[in-house]
Design a protein around this ligand. Structure first.
Ligand SMILES: Cc1cc2nc3c(=O)[nH]c(=O)nc-3n(C[C@H](O)[C@H](O)[C@H](O)COP(=O)(O)O)c2cc1C
Length: 418
């Protein structure tokens, strides 16, 4: 190596003044976005970004009700962590210039292999609520699940998104006749699937809600009055739109709190499922499957689909991680029923992993609720766009041109899941 002092002299760099014609192509002026919601949503590149925007815009009690899970929140953390820790195994030199994300879910076409999961009290998170979510599902071409404890009625959601593939989620509660009445109304309104949620014999312990003194609807206490100063738009929208009620249960004579106490019935058994199968001619799905035996039992009773789920970690803490259980359930019942999965999905890549491990489709809950809280209907659309883009890109990078080609070789789960 020659010494620096011995290096040959470098030729002098000739400098010149830049000409305007040379600078002009380098100048990129961005249109200033005057709409604050649009600005906020454009900046969100991931569901985690939408979550952050939602957190800033929403009063703590409502955000925590959505974001939180039960007890130590271990079920939710483990589910999200397994998605992060799995390994994708790509194949090279495949033609992925065109990617097909469309599939069928419960026998009906869906533009993407995911659906919006049923979530209660959606209008409490943001005033546009269930109708906004259903409209996005209609526009995107994916199914939407309305919760029994929705804050928009069965009929109003149907009117808001007449062409959407709508599912109705049912909690069988003490008053069986009232449940039957809801099921009849869902059928009348054109809902195609009944989703029976079976992981709520009693309500889970959402400790964030207890600590925040969360009530439904929110009550005006000194604490909430202070909150109004920091989230005036949210409170203005809440107080100037239809009061929050369980819209499909308008005949309920008591308070919302009393209804919640009677809503979950610890006496529900497989016999109720048999009864439900007789009274619902459409697709019947059991949501909340957490072991292979139960999956077999409900499929023996004639259901069309199961959702391997621990309710987004909002019920039993330290529950099985749905993604880990999924392949076993698929092996046991996949030839007789459609296997769906949820809990912990924060990206389109997570959905691709679910499909690779045998799910027909995934349900997403918080992912779209973060979008809703960040920017109403446009925020839900942004969440769907983010998930769709990530699904397509992940498939292309895996060397997969059609969702039907995804298989177990594309994903390796870690030997020690947590
Ligand atoms: C705020 C919130 C409310 C929910 N309400 C219901 C409900 O009323 N009925 C139901 O079956 N599941 C309900 N779920 C569970 C979802 O359907 C789904 O299983 C869960 O959100 C999936 O996990 P993820 O949020 O990590 O995607 C709720 C979930 C959240 C986050």
């Amino acid at each position: 190596m020659p010494e620096l002092s011995k290096l040959p002299e470098r030729p002098a760099i000739r400098r010149q003044l830049p000409r305007w014609s040379e600078l002009r192509p380098l100048l990129r002026t961005r249109r200033i976005e005057l709409d604050a919601t649009e600005r906020r949503l454009r900046r969100a590149l991931t569901i985690a970004d939408l979550r952050e925007a939602a957190r800033r815009r929403t009063p703590r009690a409502a955000f925590d009700y959505t974001d939180g899970a039960a007890e130590g929140e271990v079920s939710l953390r483990r589910a999200r962590s397994l998605f992060r820790r799995l390994q994708f195994n790509p194949s090279i030199l495949r033609d992925v210039s065109k990617v097909e994300t469309a599939t069928t879910i419960l026998g009906r076409p869906s533009a993407y292999p995911f659906a919006f999961a049923p979530t209660g009290f959606t209008r409490m998170m943001q005033h546009e609520g269930e109708s906004a979510v259903a409209r996005v599902a209609e526009r995107v071409g994916i199914p939407y699940g309305l919760s029994t404890v929705g804050t928009t009625s069965i009929e109003d959601v149907a009117a808001a998104a007449p062409a959407a593939d709508k599912w109705f989620q049912l909690y069988i509660w003490t008053d069986r006749a009232a449940g039957k009445d809801l099921v009849d109304r869902a059928r009348e309104a054109g809902y195609t699937a009944l989703v029976l949620t079976v992981d709520v014999p009693v309500a889970g312990a959402r400790l964030r809600d207890v600590r925040n003194g969360m009530t439904i609807p929110p009550t005006l206490t000194p604490k909430t009055l202070i909150d109004m100063a920091t989230h005036p738009a949210w409170w203005f929208n809440l107080l100037t739109t239809k009061p929050l009620t369980f819209a499909s249960l308008s005949d309920w004579p008591g308070t919302v709190a009393e209804l919640i106490n009677t809503m979950f019935d610890p006496t529900v058994t497989f016999e109720d499922l048999a009864w439900m199968r007789e009274s619902w001619p459409g697709s019947l799905v059991v949501k909340g499957i957490q072991n292979v035996d139960d999956a077999r039992k409900v499929v023996d009773l004639g259901v069309d689909g199961v959702v391997v789920s621990n309710h987004g970690g909002r019920q039993l803490d330290r529950a099985p991680v749905p993604l880990e259980l999924l392949p076993q359930v698929v092996d046991a019942v996949g030839d007789r029923a459609e296997v769906l999965v949820d809990t912990g999905i924060m990206s389109g890549a997570d959905i691709v992993a679910c499909l690779a491990l045998g799910a027909k489709a995934a349900l997403v809950g918080r992912a779209y609720l973060y979008g809703l809280m960040a920017g109403g209907e446009r925020g839900v659309q942004r969440a769907a766009d983010i998930l769709g883009t990530e699904i397509r890109r992940t498939m292309q990078l895996l060397g997969v041109a059609d969702v039907s080609e995804l298989n177990r070789s594309h994903v390796t789960l870690p030997a020690v899941p947590f």
